[in-house]
Ligand binder design. Structure first.
Ligand code: GCU
Length: 343
């Protein structure tokens, strides 16, 4: 992980502005797709909203190396920093086939199939290892990852952890939900996130990730919640230096791929692809702990203060969300299976 946040932030605005032009270019490049079916590899465009020093970018680059070395022509070109659009837009582009793959947060999938809500709730995963075991166990996930193929033409392949998420603020640390009262808390765009903002005591303010630095800086929002790695790599600690360890949930990112692209792989290439992806998410989990420590040290060196909260003061409201959002048998089954897999 490097300190190059200033250069990253200074490139953000032009990157977003140019995203429409980039996508137009990519759309016109789609004609180059191999026409002769299964054996012809292609370069897969992958939309990511993280910077190049984030573990997700690093693990995906290594996934690309694995494919480039072991298949005939399959490669992954990772577009970081929302170059291809924020997650909601990237998901749409994968669905219509103009982008091949994307990393999207669970919040985005919850909006399409409410079974995905189960994995976005507080108290479902005890820690990163439990989460990775659950979400990569086909006995637990069943047909969840194929559930959007007919309606949205993409397949979920599994995911990367977002680690434990906590609150950070522009105006002093918080200890209880009352301390967030009246503060605009930026959240991801989904029903669970709105309820979570309220459980944490703040006023829910949905906003795309790439807009958040400016949102905090300009005072449009007073607070946000994320993991330490995003807090550091996005430079948010510069404008919201008070981190309060609410640890309200272990978040989850998914890797999605256009289903036609996945189906066009030969059996052999698909096996190599699956092997590369398994290695990538394992590497991501290994990098995560180290990246978190580096992020804390980097943010502290930049003036951020990390403090504990009164856990009990948050507990009832967060736990109540599980009952509020689990309303169907299939959600209940997924939840029970995930909890059964906890140590
Ligand atoms: C994390 C996560 C992203 C997500 C972001 C957010 O950084 O990895 O996928 O977009 O949180 O809060 O929007």
């Amino acid at each position: 992980m490097k300190d190059g946040l200033i250069s990253m932030n200074s490139t953000r605005t032009p990157i977003i502005i140019s995203s429409v032009a980039t996508v137009t270019l990519l759309l016109s490049a789609c004609g180059g797709e191999a026409a002769d079916g299964a054996d012809a590899g292609q370069t897969l465009r992958l939309a990511l909203n993280q910077s190049e020093d984030h573990p997700s970018y690093i693990a995906l680059e290594n996934f690309n190396d694995h494919l480039a070395e072991n298949t005939e022509g399959w490669e992954i070109d990772v577009y970081p920093n929302e170059t291809l659009g924020a997650q909601a837009e990237a998901l749409q582009l994968v669905s219509d086939g103009s982008v091949d793959m994307a990393i999207v947060s669970g919040a985005q999938l919850e909006n399409l199939n409410d079974d995905f809500m189960v994995f976005n709730l507080p108290r479902v995963f005890d820690d990163v290892d439990h989460q990775m075991d659950v979400i990569h166990d086909p006995e637990i996930t069943g047909d969840l990852y194929a559930s959007l193929e007919d309606s949205h033409s993409f397949t979920v392949l599994g995911g990367f952890t977002q680690g434990a998420r906590s609150v950070y603020t522009t105006d002093g640390p918080i200890e209880t939900p009352e301390d967030l009262s009246g503060q605009n808390l930026r959240i991801q765009e989904s029903p669970i996130n709105i309820a979570m903002a309220e459980a944490l005591g703040g006023s829910a303010t949905p906003m795309a990730y790439g807009e958040l630095y400016t949102g905090l800086q300009s005072g449009v929002v007073d607070a946000a919640e994320n993991n330490e790695v995003s807090y550091y790599t996005q430079g948010h600690y510069e404008v919201a230096p008070y981190w309060s360890y609410t640890n309200h949930l272990v978040g989850l990112d998914y890797l999605i791929i256009n289903s036609d692209v996945l189906d066009s792989m030969s059996e052999e290439d698909r096996a190599t692809f699956d092997e590369g992806w398994a290695a990538a998410h394992q590497e991501h989990t290994e990098l995560w702990a180290e990246a978190t420590e580096e992020a804390i040290a980097g943010a502290e060196a930049g003036g951020a203060e990390f403090s504990e909260v009164d856990d009990e003061a948050f507990d009832d409201e967060l736990t109540a969300m599980v009952e509020e959002f689990i309303t169907t048998d299939s959600q209940q089954e997924l939840h029970d299976a995930a909890r059964d897999a906890a140590e």
